[in-house]
Ligand binder design. Sequence first.
Ligand code: AMP
Length: 216
Amino acid sequence: MKLIFIGPPGSGKGTQAKRLAARYAVPHISTGDMLREAIADGTDLGRQAAPIMASGALVSDDLMLGIIDERLAKSDAQRGFILDGFPRTLVQAEKLDTIVGKASGNGSEGLRVLQLLVPDDAIVERISLRRSCPTCGAIYHLASAPPAVDMVCDRDGAELIARPDDNETAVRKRLEAFHRQTLPVATYYKSQNLLREVDGVGPVDQVFERIEKSLS
Ligand code: AMP
């Protein structure tokens, strides 16, 4: 399973991508998580990415391509992967074809693309109630998927946090980046007949069922 997940910020793609990765036993590769780890580790990459991410803009294609090239070359990604948050621009999509071709020797063959459809007004509400675990990355929604104990991760007991880019100004900018830079990526894959569109509104289990159906 080589799957690319496309969806606006807060569409639930991280949650669904984690589930799919477990279901198909392939790595969940989230470029957003990788950047957040780099920031937490204080690396050069993290220092460069932090202010850009906080503003809601996209990190440069060159930086992102370097990260993904290295990650997809690792042995666990040879059987497949769920890509969450990459590619986000046409340049990234075109380069990904080359990277995947390099890894498998057969171009972008076998690549599947899934787009989660969620309207903008639903996004703003979702993101304002989103919290995540800074240690294990588990994602919660204070209304629809709250932790058992208020603001504490069910898995490891860490205190939940709101992402720094989940404020209203950054969310607006992230949505704008999605419409302007990432939707053309969906069109790119649609023209190659690789794209499946799935309604992302509704309970997590229901959306997951729709995704599985569309992939079967
Ligand atoms: P995410 O967790 O996927 O919502 O990503 C959070 C932020 O990381 C984005 O708003 C961007 O600033 C940055 N980012 C993640 N993936 C990419 C990418 N493929 N290209 C450019 N920027 C990215």
